[in-house]
Design a protein around this ligand. Structure first.
Ligand code: SF4
Length: 369
């Protein structure tokens, strides 16, 4: 397939895809097999939007309860735009990639202020919303507004790599653009949203990463990789860098039945979420000395070392956290950091914590049992 190096790539779908009714076969299968999912109840643009953001890098089964709860708390753009950020983060707690929640709310505010609450229906306008990239834009425009825009995610790239026996590295942004062009040539104007969802569904249920179910595949006859018997080797995906390990020390400071918690900065990883005071470990410094220094310098308090509580690990896409967690008993001093406060342990559930710190809370509850 000839390709340009810039602009929209000059790729062309093989004629047989059009001639033999690829869409009809795929859509007929989708009509019969599609899963009953809460965001498919209707095609309200806001509902589609929230579901697509939640589904990024997250499994369908994990998303379902979060989605239902989110929709109850924030049933429309205005409700989300007007909610306190803490409430939104709390509703997202445990789903990970929290910048998605913050961006979603920032974009909801933008939709309320600039578009009167109407989710934009053009690629130019919708692409200006925070957190809405080419995939999400294509998904909303096609599913909610029926526009023939491609929505190419990892599932769709895997399916197309196999269907067309393409060995382009799907980790490269330029490959996504090639697939978008190919999907664009395939989308039927009258069922754009169903077609995009059918491709995603095929990738999720049949053309799965390992051991694709070719014998039950509705587009078996079109698949070039299957014809050559190479489907298990596709797609080609360059290796991502392994997550960088970071070792932290964490202090759980008790004052009676209260615990000291602190809010992370408004920018960066886990922005705006709550955590127990923590500091990156230093090779030649004793953990207890380092934590005592941090409690004094950063929070203005002194506390007595009370022993080890637990060790927690958590992996992000680019980082691997190892947290050594220690107990402390508050001794003296007023908390000087604006971002920190003592909170009764039974009120912690009102605050949004990242998964690693939620595990610390679980460990605390266990020790109390
Ligand atoms: Fe995927 Fe197999 Fe279907 Fe090809 S035939 S699209 S490899 S499931």
């Amino acid at each position: 397939m000839a390709r340009k190096t810039t602009g929209r790539p000059a790729v062309k779908l093989p004629d047989e895809f059009h001639a033999f009714g690829f869409h009809q076969d795929l859509l007929a299968w989708y009509d019969q097999q599609k899963r009953d999912l809460p965001w498919r109840i209707n095609s309200d643009p806001y509902r589609v939007w929230v579901s697509e953001i939640m589904l990024q890098q997250t499994r369908v089964e994990t998303v379902k309860p979060y989605y239902e709860n989110f929709m109850q708390q924030f049933p429309n753009v205005e409700a989300l735009a007007d909610a306190p950020e803490d409430q939104v983060l709390k509703a997202w707690e445990g789903l990970g990639y929290y910048s998605r929640a913050r961006n979603l709310q920032a974009a909801a505010r933008q939709v309320k202020e600039e578009y009167g609450g109407y989710v934009p229906d053009t690629i130019e306008e919708i692409s200006t919303l925070k957190g809405v990239g080419p995939y999400t834009a294509g998904a909303i425009l096609s599913i909610a507004y029926g526009k023939p825009e491609p929505a190419v995610d990892g599932n769709v790239m895997r399916v197309f790599s196999r269907l067309l026996y393409m060995e382009d590295d799907i980790a490269k942004p330029s490959t996504r653009v090639i697939f978008e062009e190919l999907v664009r040539q395939t989308i039927p104007a009258d069922r754009a949203g169903d077609f995009n969802q059918a491709l995603m569904e095929l990738g999720a249920l049949v053309c799965v990463p390992r051991n694709p179910q070719c014998l039950t595949c509705p587009v078996f006859d079109y698949c070039l990789a299957r014809r050559e018997g190479v489907q298990d080797r596709l797609p080609v995906k360059g290796k991502a860098k392994p997550p960088r390990p970071v070792h932290y020390l964490v202090a759980v400071v008790r004052r009676g039945d209260e615990l000291l918690i602190s809010r992370r900065p408004e920018q960066g990883l886990l922005a705006g979420m709550w955590e127990f005071p923590m500091v990156e470990a230093k090779p030649r410094l004793d953990p207890a000395d380092l934590l005592e220094e941090v409690l004094q310098d950063r929070y203005g308090i002194t506390a007595a070392y009370g022993g080890e509580l637990t060790r927690v690990q958590h992996t992000f896409s680019h980082l691997h956290w190892e947290l050594d967690v220690y107990l402390y008993e508050y001794e003296a001093g007023a908390v000087t950091a604006d971002s920190a406060r003592f909170v009764p342990q039974d009120e912690l559930q009102a605050y949004a914590f990242p998964v690693a710190h939620s595990k610390i809370i679980q460990a605390l509850i266990k020790t109390a049992d």
